[in-house]
Design a protein around this ligand. Structure first.
Ligand code: GLN
Length: 191
């Protein structure tokens, strides 16, 4: 199995390190040729407006959409979650998500007081140490979308729709491997 980390912008290295610690081959993906060689793709956290613009500058939007519609598993963390969403609330001007998951997400949803925080949350039967950094919240989920984690406030922070997985938080920054192991399970089942 080989996993790609979409590497135009964001915390790419932390995902690669976590995958390596799990004994999984991983590569940085910056073009269509590299994308074609990976069994699953992680879109990291970073800044979704920047990632959206770089996708178009590098001409990768159609390649990503084709990769996803072929059923390849994709996991988006934080800005990566925003990139997968069908609707982005408080989007920056010119920001275009991929619109492949039936969710509405609000950017920077925790406000300045809670800009960044860590929390222990339940995820698919496990407890995960999660870092939230100017994180989005899922405000609406479509019928096909499964909610995998909520905060005590009720805010939805992890969702799955078929081969797509998204979390508001960054498990790779706390080094907690539970979500990555879950994603690797999705890849194993899909190939
Ligand atoms: N606030 C960022 C955005 O809107 C996401 C932050 C993150 O990925 N940690 O893209």
């Amino acid at each position: 199995m080989r996993v790609g980390v979409f590497a135009l912008q964001g915390d790419v290295r932390e995902h690669l390190q976590l995958l390596t610690s799990l004994g999984v081959e991983s590569i940085e993906v910056r073009n269509a040729e590299q994308l074609a060689t990976v069994d699953g793709l992680i879109i990291p956290g970073g800044e979704s407006t920047t990632i959206s613009k770089l996708i178009d500058i590098f001409g990768l939007r159609d390649d990503l959409l084709e990769y996803i519609s072929s059923g390849n598993p994709v996991y988006g963390t934080c800005a990566g979650m925003i990139m997968l969403a069908s609707e982005v609330l408080d989007a920056a001007s010119g920001q275009q998500s991929l619109k492949v998951m039936d969710i509405s997400v609000r950017r920077n949803a925790f406000g300045s007081q809670l800009d960044s925080f860590e929390a222990s949350i339940e995820f698919a039967g496990r407890t995960v140490d999660a870092a939230f950094i100017r994180a989005p919240i899922v405000e609406r989920v479509g019928e096909q979308v499964q909610v995998l984690s909520k905060l005590l406030s009720g805010a939805i922070v992890a969702v799955r729709q078929g081969s797509l997985l998204a979390t508001s938080f960054h498990p790779e920054l706390t080094g907690d491997s539970a979500v990555h192991e879950y994603f690797l399970g999705m890849i194993s089942k899909s190939h």
